[in-house]
Design a protein around this ligand. Structure first.
Ligand code: FDA
Length: 510
């Protein structure tokens, strides 16, 4: 209906979109950003507080009548709502994503992990790795407000017993463990424990949003971009597809209400278009625009090199480990078995088995904060993806299909089985059949990557091949896996792309 002409239009407000918005506005450019989810901060946070894991309300879930967590599906609602966590279901994989201004940063565990240098080189052979280590990773860490838990707090608090037990058991099984940085403020967490501030990570908040403590994007990149006065964000604006015009692109948008109904249709015209709808969202926009917008010049690689970052979730039932003594644990409460009644939702440690070529993986030691002792250890295992899948578009349903089969993920289950077997041999325990059928969840994907890959569908700076003034700077650029939790890498790659785009593609306008 409306006809607006925008100089710089950004679709999506996750990591890629936030970096694009900040760097453009800092360069003095006006930016309009469209986000399909809610601006959770608007009208004094009208749709908050976010839900915790145990008693979720309908603001936890994107347009479904029940929660869709990988486990603990306990809540049903009368009414659908544009909630914060979405799950997109395909034949062999269920892909989770954050919805709202801030994208995945609203729902994720905040782990800000730098990949292995050698693996980064393998995944991005054409990038200058030293430049990334010197410039873009430190820049991403600074802007995202990354911090590290102190050894003292980690060792002292009952809320990280699950992690200490996890590390101790892993070392006993011969694995190397590491502590990982996070964007959740550990100063805030300490105050939570001391009862000085409202609890969030210590009150079972994470995948349905944190009300406090987490430095998600609306508190970092997006806040900074907004303070320039040059960024405006429109929430509940879901882009359907776009088309090339004489002056740039026409973008077709469905405006939603909070029940997901389309209340208005808009066409927004822009000169430069930045696609940042996440791996699946960006790839879908490109494929839908190819079909509906007759954009036939995309590189044939579009839709290829998709992967789940080798994600497989698994757990161990620890009932028969009851009398294991955890190394270096001294107090009485630490001698008690299990992973602890009190658990922070924020993961801070991992198991690094990357150098083992036969079973190369990184495992996040994950919390399972049920509010009672469940004698279950939870892990999110991340693997290589030597055989990537692909994404195609089905015009009949105006949706994508993720082509993801056993050949793409069977090695991830093999590695997970190897890991659990070794852990149980050293510590006791059995695979946790209670959590998933057979004990393994290779169909759970928190880390979708690829579909419109750097150097293939785009040039080496995120410019889409075949078109001018069309850019991608999000997780769609990363081919299939990066070996650790991905948002730090996505942010660093976006910074690197925007550096070049602003230097080279705006000169004429200055
Ligand atoms: P991202 O998904 O963040 O942003 C895309 C945005 O575009 C979203 O806000 C979406 O609503 C919007 N959008 C999509 N389609 C649109 C359309 N058609 N029109 C308008 N808007 C549209 N990673 C990590 O490094 N450490 C961690 O601890 C975790 N933990 C974790 C937990 C859970 C539960 C999840 C689901 C994910 C994680 N992740 C993670 C993954 C991490 O959050 C993810 O890799 C990044 O958010 C991806 O960033 P992008 O910018 O690519 O997309």
């Amino acid at each position: 209906k409306t006809n607006e002409y925008i100089e710089n239009l950004v679709i999506g407000s996750g990591y890629g979109g936030a970096v694009a918005a900040l760097r453009l506005t800092q360069a003095g450019k006006k930016v309009v950003m469209l986000e399909m989810g809610l601006d959770w901060e608007k009208e004094g946070g009208k749709y908050k507080p976010f839900s915790n894991l145990i008693t979720p309300k309908n603001n936890s879930t994107w347009l479904r009548k029940s929660t869709q967590a990988p486990m603990m599906n306990i809540s049903r609602f009368n009414k659908k709502f544009t909630g914060v966590l979405d799950r997109m279901d395909f034949e062999n994989v269920k892909v989770y994503a954050g919805r709202g201004v801030g994208g995945g940063s609203l729902v994720n565990g905040g782990m800000a992990v730098q990949p292995k240098k050698q693996y980064f080189k393998e995944i991005f052979p054409d990038l200058d790795v030293e430049e990334f280590w010197k410039t873009y990773f430190p820049l991403a860490q600074k802007e995202l407000d990354v911090n590290q838990i102190s050894d003292k707090y980690y060792n002292d608090t009952p809320y990280y017993k699950f992690a200490r037990v996890g590390e101790s058991e892993a070392r006993k099984a011969g694995f190397k463990t590491i502590r990982v940085p996070n964007v959740y403020s550990f100063d805030y967490m300490k105050k939570e424990e001391a009862g000085k501030v409202p609890k969030s990570a210590l009150a079972k908040e994470v995948i349905y949003g944190n009300n406090h403590g987490k430095q998600s994007l609306e508190k970092t990149y997006l806040k900074k971009a907004l303070t320039t006065g040059l960024l405006s964000i429109h929430d509940l604006h879901q882009v359907d597809y776009f088309q090339q015009t004489e002056k740039g692109y026409a973008v077709y948008v469905n405006v939603l209400n909070t029940e997901g109904e389309v209340v208005e249709k808009k066409t927004i015209n822009c000169k430069k278009l930045f696609l940042n709808a996440g791996s699946l969202g960006t790839t879908k926009l490109l494929l839908a625009s190819k079909f509906k917008g007759k954009m036939n010049n995309f590189d044939p690689s579009l839709g290829e090199y998709w992967g789940n970052n080798g994600n497989v979730m698994t757990g161990r039932n620890m009932v028969n480990t009851l009398f294991n003594r955890v190394e270096n644990e001294a107090t009485d409460s630490n001698f008690r078995p299990g992973t602890g009644v009190k658990q922070s939702t924020i993961p801070v440690s991992g198991i690094d088995n990357w150098e083992d070529e036969k079973h190369s993986f990184f495992a996040e030691i994950s919390p399972l904060p049920m509010g009672m002792e469940v004698y279950t250890a939870l892990y999110l295992i991340i693997n290589k993806v030597p055989t990537p899948g692909s994404i195609s578009y089905n015009p009949k349903i105006n949706d994508i299909i993720v082509n993801w089969e056993k050949k793409n993920y069977k090695h991830t289950v093999k590695n997970a089985k190897y890991f659990i077997k070794k852990m149980n041999k050293a510590n006791g325990g059995t695979p946790s059949g209670l959590l998933w059928k057979g004990g393994y969840g290779p169909d759970i994907c928190y880390h979708p990557l690829g579909g419109a890959v750097l150097g293939k569908t785009t040039d080496l700076y995120g410019r889409v091949k075949g078109y001018e003034n069309l850019y991608i700077t999000d997780g769609a650029l990363v081919p299939a896996s990066i070996g650790v939790n991905p948002f730090l890498t996505i942010t660093a790659v976006a910074e690197y792309c925007m550096d070049e785009i602003i230097k080279s593609d705006y000169q004429q306008c200055n």
